[in-house]
Design a protein around this ligand. Structure first.
Ligand SMILES: Nc1ncnc2c1ncn2[C@@H]1O[C@H](COP(=O)(O)OP(=O)(O)OP(=O)(O)O)[C@@H](O)[C@H]1O
Length: 532
């Protein structure tokens, strides 16, 4: 069995009772259906059984089918909920490092559509496969007891039917992967289009975008057509084999059953071993797409973390120290930080400056523990960052606001924090109940930046990272904000990345980075010739 499918089948282990209920209900329903056919066949042949037996079995089969549908879907959605939780944890664990290589639409396709596809595995496949094999075995044994010739014909043909999905398995896997990949690709482009709608309209790119989406839709349609054509071929082959088996069974019954009264029963017993084989073939028709989805979910959920797990100790505020920090984004990529050392004394502000690509944002990413350094270390108050990362908060360069109110966004890192105080410090005179719209579209760029500042202040973390936080503001707002930040930074250990001389001048200490190295540090006056 494919390792991803095996891993997913193992996920059912946490819901053993629901799985056993599904199995029992499916078995009861299948055996009751078989019993209906057998009792009716007996009735037709002998006329001695009362109609009460098939009627009771009909009731039993109906109740069991209803119960099975209920518990199978209960089981499926329990497992899907757990998988979604695992996918979310994986995204949190690997973000943002590994996510940088993936498109957000592709990621949401894994979390939404791939996991949803697996519903078929949990609600309609696992228990049903076991039941089909039980009914197949019982049917073959019963047929052997009544007429030893019957299984000699039906069993080889039933086994042949079971192998039909295997004949085309290579194609099924290929079609399934192509279909899931095309779905995810289209999903990613739709999400990208919706997110960038304003730019698309502003730059008159609607037609080109529509053509791109139409192209991706055609690619998906081609993958679906190929998959459906293979499914049709599988169904046709299965039908040919089943028809051959039915005709052969009829011949065996005609040649070997002496009493006409036993003939209907013999035919039903023959069908008893063929029907489960047909059901297995039908269930496995979706194998390719299930496998592709399982692979994608498995890859995400088992992706290793970028950083060692945090072990928050009772870290106290103190100096933030970078000691000979070295880092590269990928093992084969260039070294981006080549032994960076500097200190941000407790309660002071350090400005990190340097040309584009010098490694300033990388230092911030390491301080926020998106990645761990390859060598060297970062400490706060002498404690390794892994035990002190809750002391750090950030005002990022690209602010993301969630749909909701200003207060919801300010409280992102501190759910019970006071909102008015941080908003006042960030100099944002706004009603905290104001709805910000998706990604904060209802606010101006300057307002969004100030919500981000209030959000960072609300956490009361003693180490503050400002990544070009004033980039979105006009000159007068920037000046007001800069003075507000000075108040906020008082008592906090602050690292500012800024290109503006005014911001750099206000810092207590300036660290100049170039090509991943600290090339100078000191007061603004001491390093000013590096900044020209
Ligand atoms: N996710 C990434 N994967 C691979 N390389 C990266 C990644 N992020 C940044 N880099 C590379 O690392 C180097 C340092 O980038 P960084 O963003 O830290 O520079 P910076 O000084 O902040 O630049 P800027 O002022 O333009 O923002 C650059 O060469 C950049 O191309």
């Amino acid at each position: 069995m494919n390792p991803s499918i095996r891993w997913l089948a193992g996920a059912v282990g946490g819901h053993r009772t629901a799985f056993l209920s599904t199995l029992a209900a499916n078995l009861t329903s299948q055996l009751a259906l078989w019993g209906i056919a057998l009792s009716c066949a007996w009735l037709v042949g002998h006329g001695s059984l009362t109609a009460g037996v098939p009627a009771a079995l009909v009731l039993l089969a109906t109740a069991a089918a209803w119960w099975e549908s209920y518990v199978a879907h209960d089981l499926a959605y329990l497992v899907l909920a757990r998988l979604r939780g695992q996918a979310y944890e994986a995204i949190a664990r690997i973000a943002p490092a590994r996510l940088l290589g993936r498109r957000s639409g592709d990621l949401s396709a894994v979390v939404l559509s791939d996991i949803e596809t697996l519903e078929w595995l949990f609600a309609h496949t696992l228990a049903q496969l076991i039941t089909s094999f039980v009914v197949l075995t019982a049917g073959t044994v019963a047929a052997f007891l009544i007429n030893p010739w019957l299984p000699l014909v039906t069993l080889p043909l039933a086994c042949l039917v079971l192998t039909v999905p295997l004949w085309l398995r290579r194609f099924s896997s290929r079609h399934g992967s192509a279909m899931r990949a095309a779905t995810a690709d289209l999903h990613a482009d739709v999400v990208d289009t919706v997110q960038g709608l304003r730019e698309i309209l502003a730059f008159g790119a609607v037609d080109r975008r529509r053509a791109l989406l139409a192209d991706k839709t055609r690619r998906l349609a081609r993958a679906q057509t190929a998959n459906a054509a293979r499914g049709g071929l599988e169904a046709a082959l299965t039908d040919v084999l089943l028809s051959t088996a039915a005709a052969a069974s009829l011949a065996v019954v005609a040649l070997t059953v002496s009493s006409p009264a036993d003939a209907p029963l013999a035919m039903v017993l023959a069908a008893g071993s063929l029907a489960p084989a047909a059901q297995v073939a039908l269930l496995l028709k979706e194998y390719g797409s299930l496998r592709a989805s399982a692979d994608r979910v498995h890859t995400l959920v088992t992706a290793p973390a970028n950083v060692t797990p945090s072990r928050e100790a009772r870290a106290e505020p103190g100096d933030v120290v970078f000691e000979d920090v070295r880092f590269r984004y990928t093992p084969e990529g260039p070294e981006v930080l080549k032994g960076v050392s500097f200190t941000i004394p407790q309660g002071r502000t350090v400005a990190l400056v340097g040309p584009s690509g010098a490694g300033k944002s990388t230092c911030v990413s390491l301080l926020l523990r998106y990645w761990d350094p390859d060598a060297g270390r970062i400490t706060i108050g002498g404690v390794p960052l892994a035990q002190a990362s809750s002391l750090v908060t950030v005002v990022p360069q690209d602010v993301h606001l969630f749909a909701g109110t200003v207060a919801d966004n300010v409280r992102l890192g501190a759910p019970s924090a006071d909102v008015e105080g941080p908003l006042a410090t960030a100099q944002l005179p706004i009603d905290p109940r104001t709805v910000v719209g998706e990604r904060g579209v209802a606010l101006s760029g300057g307002q969004r930046a100030r919500v981000a500042i209030a959000r960072a202040l609300a956490t009361e973390a003693p180490v503050l990272v400002l990544d070009e936080a004033v980039a979105n503001l006009d000159t007068s707002t920037e000046e007001r904000l800069a003075s507000a930040l000075e108040v906020a930074a008082a008592g906090r250990t602050t690292l500012v990345i800024a290109h503006r001389p005014a911001t750099i001048r206000r810092a207590d200490h300036v660290v100049v980075l170039d090509d991943g190295r600290v090339v100078a540090q000191g007061t603004f006056a001491e390093v000013s010739h590096w900044l020209e």
